[in-house]
Write a protein that binds this ligand. Sequence first.
Ligand code: GRF
Length: 188
Amino acid sequence: MFFASGSGSNFQAVIDAIQNNEIEAVITGLITDKESAGALLRAKNHQIETKVILNFGSASSNEELEQQLQIWNPDLIVLAGFLRKIPTNIIRQYPDKIINIHPALLPKFGGKGFYGRHVHNAVIEAGETKSGCTVHYVNEEYDEGAIIRQSIVDVHPEDSAETLAKRVLSEEHKALPAVIKQILNQNN
Ligand code: GRF
């Protein structure tokens, strides 16, 4: 199952990979903390169950989250543009079963506050000539879990956060489905 807060293009990339029989899997559901998340529409277009948890992180929402995960009983939990911290009790209930995709080459340019264009601005301001994306396991610290796969792109001198984000995102759309396929094949 997926967590997403934004447009959900990574989520869509996995939906497409499953539809194209590149990955043999069923997406049991999508959880979001934003009613405006584009990912919600993508889920509904593909008859994927959704749940909006607004006060994410509160005790009542943790209870709701635990119950929903027990119902869906996922083999793998994917954070695809999810901006909230997964509660520690959930991380402990699903050890090495939660992955995240981050739009930079961790361990650099990760951690609290490094999301969206803030990441790409920091990469450009640091004068990096390379950037990319990282798929990693989620542990109890932001963006610090074991790295599974990284894809590298060039940073061009004339890049803005938008142009770099676009180049990185196209790599994300390849890396995330590839990692999910790799992990699920391992489990079979
Ligand atoms: C991606 O850049 C991802 O790396 C980051 O948030 C963005 C989500 O984009 N975590 P989308 O919602 O999948 O289009």
